[in-house]
Design a protein around this ligand. Structure first.
Ligand code: SAM
Length: 143
């Protein structure tokens, strides 16, 4: 087994933007973005706008964000819909060592550095980490 070296255990991840949503607290936000059709705005920082070329061509995107108001010390979670405790990696809890959130969002429109989307559960002010096109061929799994 390879050891985890200090260089492998520390990363610089820079926000590419900020999420503006109608949810002001954790309790306001839907459990998953899919359960809401509220319009949410992704504000992309000017230095990353060049990377937005052609985003309009995709109807859905995978959005990754940093759940900055999470408890990173939790290794167990009780999902509200089951009430049963699990290891955090068996759940979608926002409270986890690396609180990265993921949603597949519907693209609505672009206005310059602003992307309007539906289907996101992040609270207002959440740092945006990445946007990738959703591809049914690559991402959809029949269960
Ligand atoms: C269950 S998590 C799911 C996140 C993402 N869809 C996923 O599966 O990785 C969604 C919840 O995270 C909480 N949340 C949203 N934005 C947050 C933030 N910036 N910091 C901490 N918690 C947040 C809200 O309570 C929201 O209902």
């Amino acid at each position: 087994m390879h050891p985890i070296t200090p260089a492998m255990n520390s990363f610089i991840v820079r926000a590419i933007g900020i999420i503006h949503s109608p949810y002001l607290s954790r309790d306001d936000a839907p459990r998953q973005g899919r359960f809401s059709d509220a319009l949410v705005t992704l504000e992309i920082l000017p230095e990353y706008c060049e990377g937005l070329q052609d985003v309009e061509q995709e109807p859905h995107h995978i959005v990754l964000y940093w759940l900055d108001r999470s408890d990173r010390n939790k290794l167990k979670a009780i999902p509200p819909h089951t009430g049963i405790e699990h290891g955090v990696f068996a759940t979608r809890s926002p409270d986890r060592p690396n609180p990265i959130g993921i949603c597949i969002v519907e693209f609505v429109r672009r206005e310059g550095n602003l992307l309007f989307v539906r289907g996101l559960d992040a609270i207002d002010g959440t740092p945006l980490l990445d946007i990738k096109p959703y591809s049914a061929d690559l991402d959809w799994v029949q269960q």
